[in-house]
Ligand binder design. Structure first.
Ligand code: KIV
Length: 264
């Protein structure tokens, strides 16, 4: 049965919500088949898939393209698509047009926006227009430069209070869930207790209502950094390299293809 925004909300306090990113058809199909609750077409695709040095280079066109591939594969999970940098900050109309493309062309069922402050009004407007929104606070990669880089946020009491207040404002605006990225676990727990929509943590400790990771980190692709909060569940890059090397030597030695792997 297809998971809805309502079903995700109702999981709070009952069961953990398990989320992962995906950007293409085959991985989205596999994640859906194993029972992932939410598949996020994250703008992290800019870094793990397209080779950009940050997520700010990702365009709406790229997000629509990858969301299309994911939505073709998914039967059960809720599909959330990231609104990329500069596709929603300009005005409500711009945000509405961008979200409309991710939903109507891409097949997303909800969108995710980073931040609060002046954006709360836009987020409320989108929700009133019938577009489910997932919030994102803490370390917000699209504005990482203002935060001093990819660093834990909310360690100082003043910053923690601000994140707590922002979480409440997003909840009041009607977000159906809230990503908390790289915040101290006590703060994540406090927010999780305070707001009634589910919190989804990444580098936010064990007390959030759900967890999310970037697919390539979980699988063990080697990147320039290995964040402390990532658990690697596979050594995909190592195994892929071994497979490619074997293929290389088999072709060079003439052992591939064999008679079995060719036609009479
Ligand atoms: O873009 C992304 O993958 C994300 C997750 C890390 C939450 O925003």
């Amino acid at each position: 049965m297809k998971l809805t925004v309502k079903a995700i909300r109702e999981k709070k306090k009952k069961e953990k919500i398990v989320c992962l990113t995906a950007y293409d058809f085959p991985f989205a199909r596999i994640l859906d088949e194993v029972g992932m609750d939410i598949i996020l077409v994250g703008d992290s695709l800019g870094m793990v898939l397209l080779g950009y040095d940050s997520t700010v280079r990702v365009t709406l066109r790229e997000m629509v393209h990858h969301t299309k591939a994911v939505s073709r594969a998914v039967k059960r999970a809720l599909i959330v698509s990231d609104m990329p940098f500069a596709s929603y900050q300009g005005s409500f109309d711009q945000a509405f047009r961008s979200a409309k493309r991710l939903i109507q062309e891409g097949g997303a069922e909800a969108v995710k926006l980073e931040g609060a402050g002046a954006l709360v009004k836009t987020i409320k407007g989108l929700i009133q227009a019938g577009i489910p929104v997932m919030g994102h606070l803490g370390m917000t990669p699209q504005t990482a430069t203002f935060l001093g880089g990819y660093k834990v946020q909310g360690r100082e009491p003043k910053a923690a209070r601000q994140i707590l207040e922002d979480a409440q404002k997003l909840e009041d605006a009607g977000v159906f869930s809230l990503v908390l990225e790289c915040v101290p676990r006590k703060l994540a727990e406090q927010i999780t207790k305070k707001i009634s929509c589910p919190t989804i943590g990444i580098g936010a400790g064990p007390k959030t209502d759900g967890q999310i990771l970037v697919l390539h980190d979980l699988l063990g692709f080697e990147g320039p950094v290995h964040p402390r909060f990532v658990r690697r569940y596979a050594s995909f890059e190592k195994e892929a390299k071994q497979a490619f090397s074997r293929y290389l030597s088999d072709v060079r030695s003439g052992s591939f293809p064999s008679l079995k792997e060719s036609f009479e």
